[in-house]
Write a protein that binds this ligand. Structure first.
Ligand code: CA
Length: 998
């Protein structure tokens, strides 16, 4: 299916889902477990969740699987007892499986068998209310295995489950399984634009579908003209032979082959001759083995016909198009019903396949289409992030025909830089249960598609018990086929390609490793800053010394971590290094597999990221151990690698991998002083590099970074005395020279321009560190507020000093009491705990923090404590106007975090709530959607007419914003917009209001 661009339907929104396991956990795949089903066939005996670890892995997850105590052993000779109606393909699959498991002789006579022989019973029953078609029962107990299927597919499914119970040692896990498909028709569409799959890929896909209990393959490649513009023509002989082969393989795997035809661009829809030509083509496809058909009209214009007669007969516009499409569909459906009563129901892909609700076209189509025809849709949106049962129900009401859900995941023809390898998510179970068929549209990369398709098959089979992450890990393990190194590489590949329109957190397995690494590297808890502090407590001079557990623990933790960091290497670094190494080795680890060829650009990009990640770690380690040469070399390599990564046309680990490298680079730049490097003087001197200072400074150190092997002399100009030699460049390229003198310029002489990349003077007459504090902060009277001060070292050495506090009487401020050491180049966060005792007056207080020569002032505003319920919930909301009725004012105080109010595009739009009774208002909490104001005010009123301003916000950043106030006699609270931050209006998920505590 073509995914249209620029319709606003494809909204790329990435959300966070539950984290995934690390590569190391892949070997032990989670196991099947039954879950209660709201259906009359719900099993009574459920697997205990605690038995999970022991359970055999069966995928798709069975509805009911119970372990029994007695495993079976595959013996040399096996007695196979098949019922008279047993499906021959299923029996053949069973025989193959038993032989693979080690059986040498399979007897089928009724003769007595020697003791100890494994007896396998295989039969088929008629489906009934308890076990629908496709269902099966399987018992493995001691020397007997019994497989009983219902309908034509049940026994085959039982064999697939038996395969999953087989162990490498030739035994079969003892189990009682009772299972059935949760979606009658489930499978895959080959419908992408681009190079279609090869014969081999399709055959392998059909085998995969058999193993994963999928039963529909819809052939609809975007590049196949014989099903589009050239639909009248027969396929060439080679392709016909290929289709016959596909059909045979499909039969063996209990998969129905479907063929999609899109004749709209080359058909006179009113012409009986053309309809006849179409049924003739369908007849030809039937002869090749296709048993299901789809008519596609999705890329059709309502104002353009392909013959005069159509315009005369149907007119123009959506209704006319619907009439025409229904006529052709009805004719084909009647033809099939007459000639091939056992054909699957005809599907129509209408022009409006992704819209929401009723339209002229849809209404007309619903009325004109024969009852048996099924209608395809993709959910609301071409690639919807979610599909809900309600949306499906609405679409079914609109179309008034059974729906085939053709889900545009993981198809990637609209985003060819990506492979979508995350699990199938965001579809409610009711979508599977309520669809006549659920088909997932595959990617051009057939083998790689199996990761998401495995999970989609799992969902379709047992939607209520579907767990995306477990299913995903099983999919990876399945593809790795027991090869541990390959499994790790697949986890890296899929883990860095897991995000999509559906959501999915990118690089979920790496993020925690990176966070832990940076935490240990820079001590965002203030740990690095506390490196040398002793375990004593301290508070600002003149203050009481309250000891809260939190502060004590924080400081203790800081000390402990630092000791570890001093003595051993950052342990998080080892884990990250291992992960980067797997990435680097991914192409090699996957080589020789069909998948490797499909995803070469992505594995290569992943390998480059692995390389770059390792270089970044080496560089940071060199900074830690103080090796400027190694760090400079690594920094340059990292820059080159990042450039190559940026030039690649494929995307992996977006938002995670490159930011890690960028952060590592910044760490070096801060360490080497490049982030504050003054501009070189272009006109000064014919060679090297010169930096002039605006005024005379006391120089401390000069850092020069040059191409390795560059020779030259570093000089400083002393006013009145001229240029003085400071020292010579180091052959390594990284030079750092101490230069204690007053100077107004530095330069490097000797080398050709361009060889000196950086010339950084460090001064002794400026603060050794920078201190950043929030300018203002609000605090509750009687409460404690934790703030953060950021300290950055500004010297080419560790900076050691004490953070001191001057606070007004009555305000208690606690900071780490002992001297802090800032490692060179580091920027660390230090906790600042502010306590406002009961009885403190409401007003602003200035708090001054100092570190060495630098000091900053924080204005603390105190407010009374609030308590009680959110008063907005029981209030009545109004607004200046709503964008649409879907986003009413009431959505911002309905307690539902998924609904929102949205305003028209007006700076002055407002939202307000009338409270149930007047209160003394202390706090308002706003949850903005992306559309938020940059400036707004909170106004309050006693009567809804005369308003006063309670809080003003400038530079609003959206998200959650909390505002404090102390306003008496408030019956109305208004959020008054002043300036929009985006091109949209304002949108609020919710507004909360709290009263001052009594
Ligand atoms: Ca809401």
């Amino acid at each position: 299916m073509r995914l249209r661009h620029g319709r606003g339907a494809v909204a790329l929104a990435f959300a966070v889902v539950a984290g995934t396991g690390t590569a190391g956990t892949l070997g032990s795949t989670p196991t099947a477990q039954a879950a209660p089903l709201a259906s009359p066939t719900s099993p009574t005996s459920l697997t205990s969740p605690t038995a999970d670890a022991e359970n055999p892995s069966v995928w798709p997850r069975p509805h009911s699987l119970r372990r029994t105590g007695t495993p079976a052993t595959v013996t040399d000779e096996i007695a196979l007892r098949t019922g008279p109606t047993a499906d021959p393909y299923a029996v053949q699959a069973l025989r193959t499986l038993l032989r693979q498991a080690g059986a040498r002789r399979i007897t089928t006579t009724g003769d007595p068998v020697p003791p100890g022989t494994l007896v396998v019973h295989a039969g088929t029953q008629t489906p009934d209310r308890d076990l629908p078609s496709g269902g099966y029962e399987l018992t493995v107990d001691g020397d007997t295995v019994t497989l009983t299927g219902t309908g034509p597919d049940g026994l085959f499914h039982a064999v697939q489950t038996l395969r999953r119970l087989m162990r490498p040692d030739g035994t079969i896990a003892g189990a009682v399984v009772r299972d059935w498909p949760g979606t009658a028709v489930r499978g895959t569409t080959e419908g992408f634009y681009g190079e279609p799959w090869t014969r081999e890929q399709r055959l392998a896909q059909l085998d995969f579908m058999g193993r994963t209990k999928q039963n529909r393959y819809l052939y609809a490649p975007g590049a196949d003209l014989y099903r589009q513009a050239r639909w009248r023509e027969p396929y060439p002989a080679g392709q016909r032979a290929e289709f016959r082969e596909l059909a045979e393989r499909a039969r063996r795997n209990h998969v129905t082959l479907g063929w999609a035809v899109a004749p709209g661009q080359a058909m006179c829809l009113s012409s009986d001759a053309d309809v006849k030509a179409l049924t003739r083509k369908i007849e030809a496809m039937w002869a090749l083995g296709f048993r299901a058909f789809q008519l596609q009209f999705q890329d059709v214009s309502y104002s353009e016909w392909h013959c005069e007669a159509d315009a005369e007969r149907f007119g123009s516009g959506p209704k006319a198009a619907a009439q025409a499409h229904a006529r052709v569909a009805n004719a084909v459906a009647r033809y099939l019903a007459h000639r091939h009563p056992d054909a699957a129901a005809l599907t129509l892909m209408p022009t409006e396949y992704y819209q929401d609700g009723a339209t002229e076209y849809r209404r007309e189509l619903a009325g004109a289409l024969d009852a048996g025809v099924q209608v395809a849709w993709t959910g609301v949106g071409v690639v919807p992030r979610t599909i809900t049962g309600r949306e499906l129900a609405t679409a079914r009401e609109v179309f008034r025909h059974p729906l085939v859900t053709v889900d545009n995941y993981p198809v990637n023809d609209y985003a060819q830089d990506r492979v979508f390898l995350g699990p199938y998510t965001g579809r409610e179970p009711a979508v599977a249960a309520g669809s006549a068929a659920l088909l997932a549209n595959a990617m051009a990369q057939a083998e790689a598609s199996r990761i998401p398709l495995f999970t989609a098959a799992d969902f379709a089979w047992n939607p209520r018990s579907y767990r995306p992450q477990e299913s995903w890990r099983a999919a990876l393990a399945d593809l790795a086929a027991g090869d541990e190194r390959r499994a790790e590489a697949l986890t890296a590949l899929a883990g860095n390609g897991a995000s999509s329109v559906l959501g999915g957190e990118e690089s979920a397995y790496l993020r925690p490793l990176m966070e832990a690494f940076w935490r240990e590297q820079t001590g965002t808890d203030g740990t690095a800053a506390g490196r040398e502090q002793e375990a004593t407590d301290g508070t600002a001079a003149g203050q009481k010394r309250p000891t809260t557990d939190d502060t004590a623990n924080r400081q203790k933790r800081a000390t402990t971590d630092d000791t570890a960091a001093e003595q051993t290497r950052n342990p998080a670094q080892d884990r990250l290094r291992a992960a980067f190494t797997v990435m680097r080795e991914t192409p090699a680890r996957l080589s020789g597999t069909p998948l490797a060829l499909e995803v070469t650009p992505w594995t290569q990009q992943l390998a480059r990221y692995g390389d770059a990640g390792l270089v970044a770690l080496d560089m940071l380690e060199a900074l830690r151990t103080g090796d400027p040469t190694a760090a400079w070399t690594a920094y340059r390599t990292l820059g080159e690698l990042r450039e190559r990564l940026g030039a690649a046309r494929v995307t992996v680990g977006e938002g995670v991998l490159d930011p890690f490298l960028a952060r590592a680079q910044r760490a070096y730049e801060s360490w080497a002083g490049l982030d504050a490097e003054p501009d070189a003087d272009r006109g000064g001197g014919g060679d090297g590099r010169t930096v002039r200072f605006p005024h005379t400074r006391t120089l401390a150190t000069v850092t020069v970074l040059a191409a390795p092997g560059t020779q030259g002399t570093v000089e400083a100009r002393v006013p009145g005395a001229g240029w003085r030699r400071v020292g010579a460049l180091d052959a390594s390229g990284a030079t750092e020279l101490t230069a204690r003198l007053r100077a107004d310029a530095v330069r490097v002489t000797g080398p050709a321009p361009g060889r000196v990349r950086h010339l950084v003077p460090w001064y002794a007459d400026s603060p050794a560190a920078a201190l950043e504090l929030p300018g203002t902060a609000d605090a509750e009277i009687g409460g404690t507020r934790l703030l953060t001060a950021r300290l950055s070292a500004l010297r080419p050495a560790d900076v050691r000093d004490r953070l001191t506090v001057e606070a007004p009487k009555g305000i208690e401020v606690r900071v780490p009491g002992d001297a802090l050491t800032l490692p060179r180049g580091a920027s660390v966060e230090v906790p600042v705990e502010v306590t406002v005792p009961e009885g403190t007056p409401v007003r602003s207080y200035d708090i001054r923090l100092a570190f060495g020569e630098v000091s900053r002032t924080l204005t603390l505003r105190t407010f009374p404590r609030t308590a009680g319920p959110d008063l907005a919930r029981t209030g009545t909301a109004r607004s200046s106007a709503d964008e649409t009725p879907d986003f009413p004012a009431s959505a911002a105080n309905d307690g539902d975090p998924r609904t929102r109010w949205s305003s028209p595009v007006e700076d002055g739009a407002w939202w307000q709530v009338e409270l149930a009774r007047p209160v003394r208002l202390g706090r308002v909490v706003l949850h903005w959607q992306d559309a938020h104001p940059s400036a707004y005010r909170i106004q309050v009123s006693a009567d809804g007419r005369r308003w006063r301003t309670a809080a003003v916000v400038r530079g609003g950043r959206g998200g959650r914003e909390e505002l404090r106030m102390d306003e008496r006699d408030v019956a109305y609270v208004r959020v008054q917009g002043e300036k929009r931050a985006t091109a949209y209006g304002y949108s609020l998920w919710s507004v909360e209001a709290y009263a001052v505590a009594d």
